[in-house]
Ligand binder design. Structure first.
Ligand code: URA
Length: 479
């Protein structure tokens, strides 16, 4: 889907490895002479187990760029980095603009970067093929083979055909944090991922499998007919998860209400003692206090937002940064990537920082709330504004980030960030741009980049963008 946005074109891809979508958009952008710096790429990931369709291996096809570049893009699209779409488009743009042999220029920084990414996907693919281990899960007279794997990249879709060829006659499931693949001997079904923190080691896998099946079952989208046709009743008894199905249907309404309410105002609980970092097993080494804090936050259950989010999205940037940017909460893409401001709002923020002459890598970027709060709507996860209690509960982490980083200037992007740091409701239009003393530091309130993305017309977008750049420049000058 292509949406025009003042100087920008926003491309929303269907899922994290939507190669066909990316390729069609890249072609259309190049033909429209839209340079890479005027594009914003994002993913609208479906989280519906039963509606999600199987993706066949992407088709090769004619595109007016060298075949090698298309092949490379097919690999690099699997990289777990939201920038991949834009980087690949930058390559396409140059090839289309006459640099047909761009890939031969091995000294070119863009080529080097994309090649490194491709290499990283190949290494990950090799690891998955070589080290994935299935464990047998038995119920009644049927056997399912279940494997847990934590890839560095989005490689399940591209590798599923390999496992189908190798284990064609087995019934198997591969679970990863972002995606699961289920093969029944005839059909491949792709579904949302499993929670790394909950996957047990060998023994309890069967019990986990049942719980996993319940967790990916989204009650808000319960379609009993679809479910039965996906998994005919006569086969239920053969599946380890079958015993969960009647209960799931019975409690669907109740669970939907809980999800939609998602005000998540449960009392403050101490964090779980076990520290888990997404994408890892067990307790990671923490070299610095900030890393230790991030590791502890990864296990946060202080409010209920953790229940539906993929992972904690902690702040990132130098521990010695003099400038801190505080946003509201991770969005859909940040939730999947585990990093703040990498989706459309992040790309808008990056643009504003560049325009203001601020290097993002020198800034500590974080959020008032560390888990993605959303409401399911159809296949989409719609942003839901955190309430004041959630902001207050999550301040536990933000305060410690501020204590450790000790920024001289804190820029508060929008009302939620302002509430978290200033402890009161703020009207952005009234208070923006001025210095608010905070002990040894100064804070400044400005608009949130998502606000710019929502403005309906180009002239107000341009005006607000310029105002935001002005604020960033002013705050930077205070350093
Ligand atoms: N919006 C935010 O406030 N923070 C993010 O990290 C992304 C979008």
């Amino acid at each position: 889907m292509l949406v025009s946005l003042f100087l920008l074109r926003s491309v929303v891809l269907k899922h994290v490895v939507d190669f066909e979508g990316w390729r069609a958009a890249a072609r259309s952008l190049a033909l429209d002479h839209i340079p890479p710096e005027q594009t914003i790429w994002s993913v609208e990931e479906a989280s519906d187990l039963f509606a999600e369709t199987v993706t066949a291996a992407p088709q090769a096809g004619a595109f007016s760029v060298p075949r090698g570049l298309v092949d490379l893009a097919e690999t690099v699209i699997q990289v777990k980095d939201p920038e991949r779409f834009a980087l690949l488009y930058a390559l396409i743009w140059r090839a289309h603009g006459g640099e047909k042999h761009i890939l031969d220029d091995v000294a070119d920084p863009l080529v080097q970067r994309v090649m490194r990414l491709a290499q990283s996907v190949r290494r990950d693919t090799h690891k998955m093929r070589a080290f994935l281990r299935f464990r047998e899960v038995t119920e009644l007279d049927a056997t399912r083979y279940v494997a847990w794997f934590e890839p560095d990249h989005y490689i399940v879709e591209a590798n599923a055909p390999f496992f189908i060829r190798r284990f064609a006659t087995m019934t198997w499931s591969i679970l990863t944090p972002y995606r699961s693949a289920h093969w029944d001997g005839e059909t491949l079904r792709l579904a949302p991922g499993a929670r790394a923190a909950e996957v047990p080691d060998d023994d309890a896998l069967e019990a986990y499998w049942r719980a996993y099946f319940s967790s990916i079952f989204n009650p808000a989208r319960l379609k009993i007919a679809a479910m039965v046709s996906e998994m005919p009743k006569k086969y239920w008894r053969n599946l380890p998860e079958a015993s969960a199905i009647p209960d799931l249907i019975r409690h669907a309404r109740e669970r939907t209400e809980t999800m939609v309410e998602a005000a998540c105002l449960s009392p403050v609980r101490p964090p779980r003692p076990r520290v888990h970092v997404p994408g890892t097993r067990g307790t990671p080494p923490a070299d610095t206090p900030l890393q230790a804090l991030a590791a502890a936050a990864a296990a946060c259950q202080r409010c209920d937002l953790f229940r539906h989010a993929t992972q904690t999205v902690f702040g990132e940037g130098p521990a010695t940064a003099r400038l801190m940017l505080v946003g509201e909460q991770p969005g859909d893409q940040e939730d999947l990537a585990g990093r703040p401001f990498v989706g459309p709002a992040g790309q808008m923020l990056n643009r504003a920082l560049i325009e203001a002459g601020v290097a993002r890598e020198t800034v500590y970027v974080t959020n008032a709330v560390k888990h993605f709060k959303f409401e399911p709507r159809g296949k989409r996860r719609m942003h839901a504004t955190p309430n004041s209690t959630e902001i207050e509960i999550c301040r536990f982490w933000l305060d410690q980030e501020r204590d450790l980083v000790k920024p001289a200037v804190i820029i508060l992007l929008g009302a939620s960030a302002a509430r978290a740091v200033l402890g009161r409701a703020v009207t952005i239009a009234r208070e923006r741009g001025r210095a608010i003393p905070m002990g040894d530091a100064k804070a400044m309130v400005t608009t949130h980049p998502s606000y710019l993305l929502r403005l309906p017309d180009e002239s107000s977008q341009q005006r607000e963008f310029a105002a935001m750049v002005d604020d960033l420049r002013t705050a930077h000058a205070w350093l």
